[in-house]
Ligand binder design. Sequence first.
Ligand SMILES: Cc1cc2nc3c(=O)[nH]c(=O)nc-3n(C[C@H](O)[C@H](O)[C@H](O)COP(=O)(O)OP(=O)(O)OC[C@H]3O[C@@H](n4cnc5c(N)ncnc54)[C@H](O)[C@@H]3O)c2cc1C
Ligand code: SF4
Ligand code: SF4
Length: 372
Amino acid sequence: MPPEKFSWKHLYSEVVTTGLCTGCAGCVIACPHDVLDYDDTNGRYKPIQIEDFGGAGDCSHGDKACTSCTRACPRFRDWETEVDEFMFGRVRNEDELSGVYKDIVLARAADPVLHEVGQDGGLVSAILLHCLDEGIIDAALVSYLEGDGTTWKAKPGVARNREDIIASAGSRYTYSSNTLAYDEAVEGGAENIALVGMGCQSSIPGIMKARKAGKVARRITLSIGLLCSKTFDDAIFEELFEAKYGLKKSEMRKMNIKGVFQIWMKNGDYHEIPLKECHGWTREGCNHCPDFAAEHADISTGGIGAFNDWTLTVVRTDLGREIMGALLAKGMIEVRPGDDDPGAIELMHKLAKRSRKRWPETAVAAPRLIGA
Ligand SMILES: Cc1cc2nc3c(=O)[nH]c(=O)nc-3n(C[C@H](O)[C@H](O)[C@H](O)COP(=O)(O)OP(=O)(O)OC[C@H]3O[C@@H](n4cnc5c(N)ncnc54)[C@H](O)[C@@H]3O)c2cc1C
Ligand code: SF4
Ligand code: SF4
């Protein structure tokens, strides 16, 4: 018997329609036949089949043994075990709640502009600038706001220089499938690309490489992760912030989540919305996500902890260590030991454990059982 070929049919029935699909778009960019598109309307954030063939779960190329989409999906079958083994040479231990890592530090950009525009310490922006300047990457897949920013609709885009990095810095808490900017980066000539994204996206390079997904896998050479427990539907702006609190999105300047949803307005006002009021707008793709700590990134970054303007930084790979070392040597970042804020590390593990419990019993066991 030839080995079974896993195609769109399997992905559709096991991931897209079962609640496991995060909307990361790994499958969309991996599809060599352009039969997958992406629907981000009405809070869907899901891949769709656009070929004039069969139904939503059919694909003529899949029927001819094309397996590209399943090779790129960080929720298909035993994805977590496969990426752990590929990246770290072993499966994580029971006590490695936030994944395998080498170092945890607190870091911030030395450049005052990057520090200012960054969500926490501006570390991600500093990493991208360094990697572009040194030719380690020639493009990064990041998130911008559409138009003049007043709609707060996050959209994927490409950063190629300092101006782009500054324009795309900061966090939006609605979904941006940065992966989708891959084609634009390649059309612009990029060969070595960084992917910035939450855990759902930062596992894409690892799974693609582990499952030998070809050219796309080879081009995404750096994965920068953002710690994340959920994103919200775009409707939260009108249906909660405006309807209940009278806060218009066009008047918002910045937002953050630190135990509460924090909103800074352009007129200088500051508001806090209890998180429990926001939960009703949790994006569907996040409901079963087990990955809080962006556990397959080269470097994972977060904002929890006692120090607001530092980035909690989890260095996972040799490449991640090399980049952090080079940034430090060039004076581009300031670093202090993670032990300066043990509460932040403890909270990261606690939130990672909580996310793991969301992985359903009906799916493969590993993401749920480890540390749960
Ligand atoms: C949706 C979301 C949820 C998060 N939840 C948590 C959390 O619960 N706990 C925690 O500690 N940290 C969380 N973070 C991470 C935190 O907000 C910072 O992104 C991280 O600390 C890096 O800060 P920085 O100043 O170094 O990054 P910056 O230099 O500001 O760079 C941030 C990068 O993130 C990209 N980005 C912004 N918004 C999005 C988006 N919606 N989707 C994809 N990419 C985006 C930007 O384009 C930019 O490249 C979350 C981030 C996001 C986007
Ligand atoms: S989780 Fe990502 S790769 Fe998997 S089906 Fe959904 S969008 Fe595609
Ligand atoms: S919780 Fe965060 S990492 Fe998980 S699917 Fe949602 S956006 Fe992605």
